[in-house]
Design a protein around this ligand. Structure first.
Ligand SMILES: NC(=O)c1ccc[n+]([C@@H]2O[C@H](COP(=O)([O-])OP(=O)(O)OC[C@H]3O[C@@H](n4cnc5c(N)ncnc54)[C@H](O)[C@@H]3O)[C@@H](O)[C@H]2O)c1
Ligand SMILES: [Zn+2]
Length: 367
């Protein structure tokens, strides 16, 4: 069953999110957006391109005067300015002009890099997002944030670049490895926790279908997440307020990601960060003890970590404080009032954050 969600800004429709189970509807939709006789650059990575780029090129070829694939090496370590430079060079060599189009085909890394290239090439050309990881389908492809890592900082250089279309083929998740799939579940659970308690209950009730990648369940789940993200980005497109709630678990999560040199996946670190944030929320008497343990333990059936060994608590604290989400030296931390309700807090002390980090730090003899 196809699903369509429209993202508006100032009450004007800006782009559609289509949720499909194949790529068949893509050419017609692109035609309706006015794309004809243009050049298309499919930007992808070396794992995704061999699986899907040919099929998409075939489908889109009738629409364009030239179509080419630029696949850069997969992985977060290539989300940098060198990759951007190579892609832009390729655009120039193919004589891409202002009316041409970038198609971002891949996970969040590809979406962020390709979107950023589209935002700067000739001061901006159109981009269509075709996300192929669960994380990208429920989160990164929507909302127009693009960018790359720079020096030691994640997403330090970037731009807001709204896509012209987000086309989700949920079947692409069939080729995604299990670990990546479950990492995406951390972001799915996050939506339930920050804004929708009944969705959170639904996810738990569909645990087995989610494990089995049951098509109807995945479609419904992806659709619901897209609606959550749409609501947030419509309310706060440039992250001046509520959009920050999406960072639940991300402040400590990013710190762990960095300290572990990106050997853990983003979603895995987010799960750990959410556990720490829920613990701090309990200690602040926002959540009850039972609520804290329920939230923590609910990551386990989705193969997500709730504790981690071999971290240096002080280092994580230091990295947490150097996260660019710190605002005038004060960290904007996202805490939970209850399942389905998050809030921004700027008053946490180092000690409270450190206690949250200690809670997820697994040491041999127990807690
Ligand atoms: N822009 C935003 O708003 C936003 C939001 C959240 C995360 N992000 C960014 O997203 C990135 C993480 O994205 P990700 O988790 O999708 O990682 P990713 O893009 O690195 O993809 C994970 C791995 O899966 C492979 N892959 C992707 N789709 C596949 C498929 N269908 N079949 C087989 N293999 C496939 C990729 O090649 C890669 O090796 C981070 O850089 C993060 O900063 C951005
Ligand atoms: Zn995230």
């Amino acid at each position: 069953m196809s699903k369509l969600i429209t993202v508006n800004m100032n009450r004007k429709p800006i782009y559609d999110i289509m949720i499909e189970s194949d790529f068949a509807a893509l050419p017609e939709k692109m035609k309706s957006l006015g794309y004809e006789k243009i050049k298309i650059a499919i930007v992808s990575d070396t794992l995704v391109a061999p699986i899907y780029a040919e099929q998409i090129s075939e489908l889109l070829r009738p629409l364009c005067s030239d179509i080419f694939v630029h696949a850069f090496p997969a992985g977060e370590s290539h989300k940098n300015m060198d990759t951007v430079q190579e892609i832009l060079k390729d655009f120039v060599e193919h004589h891409m002009n202002r009316h041409d189009l970038v198609v971002a085909l891949g996970g969040g890394v590809v979406g962020d890099v390709a979107g950023f290239c589209a935002s700067v090439y000739m001061r901006g050309i159109d981009v269509i997002q075709i996300p192929t990881t669960l994380l990208a389908q429920v989160d990164s492809s929507i909302g127009g944030k693009t960018g790359v890592d720079f020096l030691a900082y994640k997403n330090m250089v970037g731009a807001f670049k709204m896509p012209k279309l987000v086309y989700i083929n949920t079947k692409t998740l069939d080729t995604l490895d299990e670990r990546q799939y479950y990492a995406g579940m951390a972001e799915v659970l996050k939506y339930g926790l920050i804004m929708d308690a009944s969705f959170y209950e639904w996810i738990i009730s569909k645990m087995y279908e989610i494990h089995d990648k049951d098509a109807a369940t995945i479609e419904e789940m992806v659709e619901h997440c897209c609606i959550c993200k749409q609501r947030i980005v419509e309310r706060d497109p440039l992250e001046n307020g509520d959009r920050a709630l999406l960072n639940l678990g991300h402040t400590i999560g990013h710190a762990i990601e960095k300290s572990k040199d990106f050997t853990l996946l983003h979603g895995e670190c987010v799960a750990l960060g959410i556990v720490a944030a829920a613990y701090i929320s309990w200690k602040r008497e926002k959540l009850s003890k039972d609520e804290y343990y329920e939230i923590r333990d609910m990551f386990v059936p989705f193969n997500l970590p709730i504790s981690i060994d071999d971290i240096d608590d002080e280092e994580i604290l230091r990295l947490t404080k150097s996260d660019k989400k710190a605002d005038g030296g004060q960290i904007r931390f996202i805490l939970l009032k209850k399942v389905g309700k998050a809030f921004i807090d700027k008053t946490l002390t180092d000690e409270e954050i450190l206690n949250g980090i200690k809670e997820i730090h697994f040491v041999e003899d127990g807690e």
